[in-house]
Design a protein around this ligand. Structure first.
Ligand SMILES: [Zn+2]
Length: 333
């Protein structure tokens, strides 16, 4: 989830309480501070922050040199109710488990994570998904910030004005989901199912979403954003993808930037290709995943059956020549 908020005050928790009453441990390294409920959580999150920051910067955005212009505060909430009082910081935004926000007054980024809000994931899994996702949004902000500084007149002193532009929402969120360390099978499966039931211009529809409040089904939106960005990356080399993102930052639409990067004659042709090829790509992904899962299930069933047979007719223990076979069977089980 992402939000660049150009508004005001950050009011912390219940009256008379500050976040320090709950997140009593903090750990600082350079311009990063992590607030958590235990020193282990704070230190682990800091280590993860540094490694994920480098990974997302180079693997997702291909930006080895990109620097942070603002400090970052990371808050790891153990209590969903308290976490939701933080969502007030970003009122347009329903961040169910994590969000990133930048406030003009405080001149820093905040990342708020609530690992317990993801019921189907362990604490470690949840942090591994949320933290890189939010880091990716901050890096996207820094890309726009840097482009703005470069664009300043040569004689004037570059000033870091808050950036208001972002990538089109589907790309911003798609890249952030690509940064996650999570298993994307659920998203691939969901989209495959939707695509088999619907016709229409999926890319055009997705790109019309410009605000979170336009989205009625967030799970579906994230599945589409992920699949769309993954498709775009699969169609371009690293260099092409970098210049595609540059074109988006200069204000081009997704079909125009896609068309320019891949040499389509018109934006209309590029848009048609996006709709058609993304659908094919997503359907193929879903089909391959289903085949893989089917094979895994039948392998597991076969192994179960073999185990039962082995129990039913135990190999005579007195014959030593059976030992290697037993070992092999035990291994394959
Ligand atoms: Zn996001």
């Amino acid at each position: 989830m992402c939000l660049v908020l150009a508004a005001s005050a950050t009011a912390y928790a219940a009256p008379g309480m500050t976040y320090r009453d709950h997140l009593v441990y903090s750990h600082t390294s350079g311009n990063i501070t992590v607030h958590a409920t235990s020193p282990i959580e704070a230190e682990d999150a800091m280590r993860l922050f540094h490694s994920e920051f480098d990974r997302v910067r180079s693997e997702i955005l291909h930006e080895d040199e990109l620097k942070l212009t603002l400090p970052i505060k990371v808050f790891i909430w153990d209590d969903e109710i308290l976490y939701h009082t933080k969502v007030e910081v970003a009122p347009d935004h329903g961040g169910a488990c994590s969000f990133q926000v930048k406030t003009r007054k405080t001149k820093h980024h905040e990342i708020h994570l609530c690992p317990s809000a993801l019921a189907d994931q362990s604490y470690d899994e949840a942090v591994l998904n949320m933290l890189p996702h939010e880091i990716c949004h901050i890096l996207q902000y820094e890309q726009f910030q840097r482009d703005k500084l470069v664009a300043a007149k040569p004689k004037s002193k570059p000033r870091a004005k808050p950036v208001t532009a972002t990538y089109p929402l589907a790309v911003a969120e798609g890249l952030a989901v690509l940064a996650e360390q999570s298993d994307q099978a659920m998203r691939i499966r969901l989209l495959g199912k939707t695509l088999r039931q619907t016709k229409g211009e999926l890319a055009t529809n997705l790109l019309q979403v410009t605000h979170y409040h336009q989205v009625s089904d967030m799970t579906q939106f994230y599945a589409e954003a992920y699949s769309f960005s993954e498709f775009l990356r699969s169609r371009m080399s690293e260099m092409q993808f970098t210049s595609f993102l540059e074109l988006l930052r200069s204000g081009k639409t997704v079909p125009a930037a896609f068309g320019t990067t891949l040499g389509y004659k018109t934006t209309r042709a590029a848009s048609k290709a996006l709709n058609y090829h993304w659908r094919q790509h997503a359907l193929l992904q879903a089909k391959l995943l289903a085949e893989l899962e089917k094979r895994k299930a039948s392998d597991a069933a076969k192994t179960d059956k073999d185990k039962k047979n082995e129990k039913a007719t135990p190999l005579p223990p007195t014959q030593p020549q059976n030992a290697p076979l037993r070992r092999a069977l035990a291994k394959s089980a």
